[in-house]
Design a protein around this ligand. Sequence first.
Ligand SMILES: Cc1cc2nc3c(=O)[nH]c(=O)nc-3n(C[C@H](O)[C@H](O)[C@H](O)COP(=O)(O)OP(=O)(O)OC[C@H]3O[C@@H](n4cnc5c(N)ncnc54)[C@H](O)[C@@H]3O)c2cc1C
Length: 434
Amino acid sequence: MTLSVTANWGCVRARKPDDDKAELKSRADDLARRKTRKIAKGKYMQWNNWSGRHRVELDSLRFVRREEDAAAFVAEYAATGKTIRVAGSGHSHAPVVVNEEAILDVSGLSGLVSVDQDTKTAWMRAGSTIYSLGIQLHEHGLALRNQGDIDRQQVGGVIATGTHGTGRNLKNISGSVKGVKLILADGSFVNCSAEENADLFQVARLSVGSVGVITQVEMVLNPSRVLQESGVPMSYDEVAPRIPELIENNERWEFFWFPRNDQTVTKSINPSDEPPSYPLAEEGGRRAFSFEVLPNHRSVPHTEMEYSIPAESGPECFARIRELIHSKFPEVQWPVEYRTIAEDDIWLSMAFGRPTVSISVHQDVRLDEEPYYRACEEIFLSYGGRPHWGKVHYLSADQFAAIYPHWGDWWRVRDQYDQNGVFLNEHFRSLRPA
Ligand SMILES: Cc1cc2nc3c(=O)[nH]c(=O)nc-3n(C[C@H](O)[C@H](O)[C@H](O)COP(=O)(O)OP(=O)(O)OC[C@H]3O[C@@H](n4cnc5c(N)ncnc54)[C@H](O)[C@@H]3O)c2cc1C
């Protein structure tokens, strides 16, 4: 039997009775008043993220189709002493794009630049969406090694936040980056890799948009393969003792736990020798090339907090989150997701130096998630958790310094390449070490 996570997420909303709508609307209006910015005088442009939670009126929202135009804009705008953030597809839940001065939209910098079949690597423009790359790479017999739950993001966006899928031996997408071309604050282009400007490479392959405009990325790829997906419903009590075994026995394994009925949907994805099966089945039963099987449709607007914790603490930490929801937040209907990520050596990666489990909690975007998320965060931190860069967290600079051994190094190198803080927004400036 297969079971779609999408269908379950739909139920989460569908089950809401009509008479809850007025209350939800009034809570949403209240949240909008508290969490979005007021229209500032003289600011005519507007940018908002995918969920609509972050909205900003700004001086300049610039769209570019050519790298040279991006460089000219950066050189000219930075010379005025103002700040620039780059926007990808706006799918982050944290205010990592929000800026009241300039936002540079790089979605026009799209497409493959070159492919090397021998080394199984490709240079791609940073504004390429993951879904557009899927078919292009497949035509060369290649595929991304890992990707997230959706494929709407851009390459520049996913590597800036350490976006990942699941798989005990699969690093996050930044872990596949071999080279980066970017525009610095003076408008100049620079390339970096493990061999060339290695310090800048450490910062640029997971930069949270804070060191420059990434225009091209070189990625190490896999051969394009057929994957078989299998979605199996299980009760939490069945899954809990089997978590290590199911992770070990599958190339990619995860589960969603639904608090209302204490059931899970487990998902395994493994290579298959069978041919792809079209038309593509629903989520949970697909067999096709990886770019067709890995992404899902997650259209219900929500916010999300995700923490990465040492893999060995995963089951216990998850059990505490479940207990918290049952005892203190019984109204929460949204699922909790459990995934694995391989260890890497990227300074700001959530999986730096340790095999990792990620646990994600979600809430309806119209509801105030803060008390729930803060209570979860306390549990995650007690296991040495690190927040996803693109999702909600409430941490301070000191807390980041405590959980990332190279926090100071990352800032030192960043500052060296952007002395005037052109690429810092209010959110990231507030995280600078004292
Ligand atoms: C429905 C949904 C599902 C998700 N699923 C997953 C998942 O499965 N796994 C996971 O790990 N995350 C997931 N995320 C989070 C998401 O992958 C990240 O937040 C990702 O960064 C979004 O990419 P984006 O292109 O939208 O970037 P944005 O949100 O627009 O930007 C993110 C950061 O990247 C920077 N940036 C973007 N492009 C460039 C560039 N060219 N140069 C320099 N900086 C740049 C921005 O300045 C910003 O700091 C999900 C989010 C949503 C809304």
